[in-house]
Design a protein around this ligand. Structure first.
Ligand SMILES: O=C(O)c1cc(C(=O)O)c2c(n1)C(=O)C(=O)c1cc(C(=O)O)[nH]c1-2
Length: 247
């Protein structure tokens, strides 16, 4: 028989998933944050990660479409505003494109997603499908990796500024805003999960949802590492340096 956890014990179990499985532990991130990648390897990361950024509002719209409570939708919709902006030239996706601009990747090439690793596409799509197909509680729980993101973002910004002469603070502006947005979003989601996961089965389901999401993030880095670090085998059609110049 599974035991019913107190809200505090449930939170501890969720934090333990992060401590063991969050993508700050991935070797690719260690290299990225340690200043040990080439400029082209950093470009591959920014190009692929764009797809995650671009699909986050679609993921959040799929979650919102399942919310019957206007009060809940009013809170959740802020996530879409944060990424899409209130007007053109504003928002998280635009700030991510400042990063790819800074790495000399043409915007139309980035936005076309032509050079994406297939595994990036599969992992990100799996996240969107997960929130569409599972319960609302599991969908909300799957966003809880953001509990752990402020720490990795701080490590990343300081590590990349120190480690790469081709990266400046303005290119990394995307992350400044996430440092306040992520805790606000994660605190809300954690509160929701603590209140609604009230049976052992629901509690196991939210722990599994967070585990799944850690796998979504981890497998994107596995694919980058395999294609661009070791053994360095980009799949057919995936970006290689210079491919962005070809029509
Ligand atoms: O830089 C990172 O390591 C990182 C991680 C995560 C995350 O843990 O899913 C997100 C973000 N960044 C991020 O920028 C972001 O907008 C975001 C939204 C979500 C989500 O699941 O709704 N995660 C993340």
């Amino acid at each position: 028989m599974m035991e019913l956890l107190s809200p505090q014990a449930l939170e501890a179990a969720l934090r333990d998933v992060g401590a063991r499985r969050y993508h700050n532990l991935h070797p690719f991130h260690r290299l990225l944050h340690g200043g040990r990648l080439t400029r082209d390897q950093v470009r591959a990361w920014a190009l692929n990660r764009y797809y995650y950024q671009a699909m986050i509002p679609i993921k959040d719209a799929a979650i919102m479409a399942r919310m019957h409570d206007p009060a809940l939708r009013r809170i959740w919709r802020q996530r879409i505003v944060d990424h899409d902006g209130v007007e053109e030239g504003d928002g998280g996706i635009e700030r991510w494109l400042k990063l790819t601009d800074g790495l000399d990747l043409p915007r139309d090439y980035v936005v076309s997603t032509r050079g994406l690793l297939p595994a990036t596409r599969f992992a990100v799509e799996a996240y969107v499908h997960f929130v569409r197909d599972r319960s609302l509680l599991e969908a909300i729980a799957s966003s809880l990796t953001e509990l752990f993101s402020p720490k990795i973002i701080s490590e990343r910004v300081s590590g990349m500024l120190a480690g790469y002469d081709f990266i400046g603070r303005d290119t990394l502006a995307y992350f400044d805003k996430r440092l306040s947005q992520a805790p606000r979003d994660a605190d809300f989601a954690l509160d929701y999960v603590r209140q609604h996961a009230v049976t052992p089965e629901l509690q196991q389901a939210v722990i599994a949802a967070l585990t799944f999401k850690c796998d979504v993030l981890w497998s994107q880095l596995d694919a980058l590492h395999h294609a661009y670090v070791s053994p360095g085998l980009p799949p057919p059609g995936a970006w290689t340096p210079g491919a962005e110049q070809q029509a």
